[in-house]
Design a protein around this ligand. Structure first.
Ligand SMILES: Cc1ncc(C[n+]2csc(CCOP(=O)(O)OP(=O)(O)O)c2C)c(N)n1
Ligand SMILES: [Mg+2]
Length: 772
């Protein structure tokens, strides 16, 4: 760990004030000065920024080491931009264009902001928890020899107090406790206000207990030095102060000195007379705002004292809107100062009109050298880091042998073969699963590569020579990170591991497995991972009503639709093992490609007869979203269009119908997601003058323009029914629209109409207009 710097507290205080000004001004400029062409409110959160400028000044200009990484409270985004502006790594132009197209983003964004943003934030709670998983990944990389001790850092989350209501935070700290997580600072901006109002008092002191029981050190910074001294000198006053509710305290902060005086006279009475005499109203108001999170000495002392690696929660008391006219007002969350208030603030801060953007405005000649020196030696990264793409060779991945196999079994086999063959890719794969490692077929891989734990955990069953197919010992060479059942944690882990190239300069190939229906459990975290362009392979298995006896609670219906609408994630749904092998190879390449993305594989436990291939011509189509498994005749009037586990039904129906329906084709869909994207991209390309038809247009144009398509998948039928819109062909969509239940495949496929009979009937119907 880097040694703390000795710092000039006055310079830090000056920078705190500069950040408060610049963040407020940036938001004001966007709302009141920049031209507004559409009449939409631009917005921004001046109160949320003012609440934590001191905390951020202490952190960024004092405590932060070169390798430390920070997730910034979303609504304090403008403060982060102001910090980089002071450091010279953010432009005035970007600030002037705050919340505008191409300007500084409203909430820190890894991908859209030009300053280095370690973690995107916005969906509260997730930015907090990802730092924990990033710290675990740092430990993983160190243990595997990818990361030098000297290049390690601390992971810091700046948290709004209302974020502490998000359950994903507690799921994360429970997982962190199991893994002995370290090097974390979570700093709560404890302004006791959320969006709607002041926050409930009943959780006060409960949060600490939860963290402590998970092994965290909790440091409460309630008072600044001045207020501490005053209250220490007057017990009655202190007792009174500490019984004020969140709402009362906020209201008093808003009302100011006279209100404090009146309340103290009433509530404390004689014991406070001398105290009240000593100060006028302004001094009184100022004294009571001296909470820990606004007192630079207190902050610096606390951060300096936490230099070991114990995960630490700092609860820094603050006032929302500190120093602004609506400080403490319960409605101030989205409050914006009006031009008059802004002018008054400007004057009170000594900022000259016309010099609002001058970074070091209002800093006297005496103070300037100290501030400049401090800025100079601040150790934070000022430029975006390289993302470490393209360093890892991905070998060809052959299909596992076997006349009959399921895609889930093939997945396990492919990983096992990769592990046995060894090499850079295999060594950089890290698998993770929320307690479904064995049932998603990662077992063989884990037997080979072991579980990861920083300190070894013996396999007690193996030591006792109790027969088991699964080895379960952990050490720091292991390549599987076992998680508890919390799918949100799975996606945060994939997000953190999927950013390893960005955060640590070393690419990992994270593979997460879970049951397909439980993607929904962690959906926001999945979206969050994709939003910041983390790269991983998500293997969801088993899926659909093809689960049979497992029943409706486990039978997924809509994940292909989720994938269809999820940027940054490519859905593949293979029917055969050779398709799966091609997709996995491709997914690994996409992980390590700057223009790539993450991949979601939807797999099945249904063992099906593999098709015979005469050549490799299917492969390119399969990777692009679909290929003709049975070629259509020229200008054919119909095709069966099938995806995934129901391919045997589609093949059987094709055999049965081919006599009656001349030229009938069978189109194997491997990714509705890619076909749809290609379709819209080709359309957009045509507006730009490019004429190339998309893959789906090429596939479907093999049929007559009047052809009928019978689409079928073990999922919501809308995943494929849109195909009729591509060339205007008619569609009879088959798929699952109601919750599933237990049963064998024949019964379930018949009941939900995804069997051969359903295909035949649908084909008859769609061909009727021509036959009639
Ligand atoms: C998951 C999620 N739900 C809701 C919101 C909308 N929202 C933004 S800020 C906020 C309140 C934040 O309060 P707090 O965390 O205490 O921040 P501060 O008081 O510092 O502004 C809410 C509800 C969000 N951004 N993310
Ligand atoms: Mg708050």
């Amino acid at each position: 760990m880097l040694k703390p710097l000795t710092t000039d507290i006055d310079a830090l205080k000056t920078l705190d004030e500069r950040l408060r000004w610049l963040s407020a001004w940036t938001i004001h400029h966007a709302n009141h000065i920049r031209e507004n062409s559409d009449g939409l409110k631009v917005g921004g959160h001046q109160a949320s920024c003012a609440s934590m400028t001191a905390i951020m000044a202490a952190l960024y200009f004092h405590a932060l080491g070169a390798n430390d990484r920070v997730a910034v409270k979303p609504h304090a985004g403008p403060v982060l931009h102001a910090i980089h502006y002071l450091l010279g790594s953010q432009s005035r132009e970007a600030l002037e264009n705050f919340r505008g197209f191409g300007g500084a983003q409203s909430y820190p964004s890894r991908t859209k902001d030009r300053i280095p943003v370690d973690f995107s934030t916005g969906s509260v709670g997730l930015g907090v928890a990802i730092t924990l998983f990033a710290s675990l990944i740092q430990d993983y990389l160190t243990a595997h020899g990818w990361l030098e001790e000297a290049d390690r850092g601390r992971f810091i989350a700046l948290i709004g107090d209302a974020e502490l209501d998000e359950g994903n935070i507690y799921e994360a700290i429970i997982e962190g406790a199991k893994h002995d997580v370290r090097n974390l600072w979570w700093i709560v901006d404890y302004n006791r206000q959320s969006l709607d109002a002041t926050s409930a008092d009943r959780m006060f002191e409960r949060f600490d207990e939860i963290f402590r029981s998970c092994g965290w050190r909790v440091v409460e910074l309630r008072y600044g030095k001045r207020l501490q001294r005053a209250l220490d000198g007057n017990k009655a006053l202190k007792n009174w102060f500490e019984t004020l509710s969140n709402a009362e305290l906020s209201a008093l902060h808003y009302q100011g000195g006279a209100a404090w005086r009146a309340r103290i006279e009433t509530d404390v009475g004689k014991q406070a007379t001398a105290f009240l005499k000593e100060q006028d109203d302004a001094a009184l108001a100022s004294l009571f705002t001296d909470l820990g999170g606004h007192c630079m000495e207190t902050l610096v002392e606390a951060l300096d004292a936490a230099q070991d690696d114990v995960p630490t929660l700092f609860i820094a008391w603050t006032i929302k809107g500190f120093g602004l006219p609506f400080a403490g007002h319960k409605d101030n969350h989205a409050g914006l100062m009006n031009p008059t208030q802004m002018a008054a603030l400007r004057e009170s801060m000594g900022v000259r009109q016309g010099q609002e953007w001058d970074p070091l405005e209002a800093i006297g000649d005496n103070a300037r050298p100290g501030v400049e020196a401090l800025l100079e030696r601040s150790r934070i990264a000022r430029e975006k880091r390289s993302r470490a793409f393209g360093k890892v060779g991905v070998p060809a991945i052959p299909a596992p042998a076997g006349e009959e196999q399921s895609t889930q079994a093939a997945f396990g086999r492919i990983l096992l073969d990769l592990s046995k063959a060894g090499g850079d890719l295999a060594d950089r794969i890290v698998t993770t699963s929320p307690d479904v490692t064995v049932s998603t077929n990662l077992g063989a891989w884990v037997n080979q590569r072991g579980l990861f734990r920083r300190s070894a955990v013996p396999d007690v069953f193996a030591q006792a020579k109790i027969a088991s197919a699964q080895k379960w010992g952990a050490n720091n060479n292991g390549q599987h990170i076992e998680l508890g059942i919390a799918e949100s944690n799975l996606f945060l882990m994939l997000a953190a591991a999927g950013l390893s190239g960005d955060l640590f300069g070393e690419r990992l190939f994270p593979i997460g497995t879970l049951y397909d229906p439980f993607i929904a459990r962690g959906l926001d975290a999945l979206n969050y991972a994709c939003y910041q362009d983390a790269r991983f392979l998500l293997v969801a298995t088993p899926s659909g009503i093809t689960l049979g006896p497992e029943g409706g609670a486990h039978q997924s219906i809509n994940p292909p639709l989720i994938a269809l609408g999820q940027p940054g994630l490519r859905h593949y749904e293979p029917a055969f093992a050779d398709e799966l092998a091609a997709m996995m190879e491709h997914a690994f390449r996409l992980i390590d490609d700057p223009a790539g993305e993450s991949t979601y594989l939807r797999l099945s436990t249904r063992s099906i007869r593999q098709v015979e291939r005469s050549d490799d011509s299917w492969r390119e189509g399969a990777l692009n979203g679909g290929y003709w498994l049975r070629e259509p005749g020229p200008n054919a009037e119909a095709a069966i269009v099938a995806m995934g586990a129901v391919m045997p039904e589609a093949l059987a129906a094709w055999e049965e119908l081919r006599e009656d329906v001349p030229g009938l084709g069978l189109l194997a869909i491997t990714s509705p997601d890619l076909l749809h994207r290609g379709w819209t991209a080709a359309q957009a390309g045509r507006w730009g003058g490019e004429r190339k038809p998309s893959h789906v247009e090429q596939l479907l144009s093999r049929l007559s323009p009047r052809a009928g398509l019978v689409t079928i998948a073990d999922s919501a039928p809308a995943a494929l029914s849109w195909l009729g819109g591509v060339l205007g062909q008619r569609v009879a969509p088959l798929g699952v629209e109601k919750f599933g239940q237990t049963g064998n495949l024949a019964d379930l496929y018949a009941a939900y109409r995804i069997d051969g009979d359903a295909i035949t009937e649908a084909a008859a119907e769609i061909l009727l207009p021509f036959n009639a």
